[in-house]
Design a protein around this ligand. Sequence first.
Ligand code: NI
Ligand code: MN
Length: 226
Amino acid sequence: MQVQFLGQNSLAITTKDKHLLVDPFLTGNPLIQEKIDIKTIKADYILLTHAHQDHMLDAEAIAKNTGAKIISNFEIVNYYAQKDIEGHGMNHGGSFTFDFGKLKMVNAIHSSGFPDGSYGGNPCGYILQADQKTIYIAGDTALTFDMKLIPLRYALDLAILPIGDNFTMDVEDAIMASDFIACNRILGCHYDTFGLIEINHKEAVKKFEAHGKELILLPIGNSLKV
Ligand code: NI
Ligand code: MN
């Protein structure tokens, strides 16, 4: 699996033969809007963790461009169904085997409402199993004991955790989360996009290192292999 970081919580994940796009927020991201033309974005599926603008802003346009199916909670999928976009609704604790692999919807502690006021269900994270690898996409979340359930069932090869504070976990909480989920390889997300969530990169990496963990902070557009 290839995981490309596209800023905030946006990820382009390429499995053996499918393109998954997570939480597309590209045209509105002040750090990237001039570098990425959304017409070039490939997607067979768009995974949404919740209905906040910094996660779903470009979902509609990209779904219409690509014909991608939206995977999210039942309420978010219904919202897009009204715009004639195909989807696959799930709910917390449920999993489904798609043609790219298996996806489980897990808890996230956050909120979820569309910018237009529509109900966005409950926020979530995902456990993605594809190409014999397992990754945890936390979405926007606080540190929660629920994370301890994950390693009881899954051995994670990578976890994508928010570290920017204010709206989500900070670096210290994310380090604790990495213990809860028993994962040593963390890709940081949800930082620097706005002033409220700016972090010191060197300090963050050092703090993880001191705890025997690897924090990866990818420049926007860069990828890693799982
Ligand atoms: Ni949010
Ligand atoms: Mn967010």
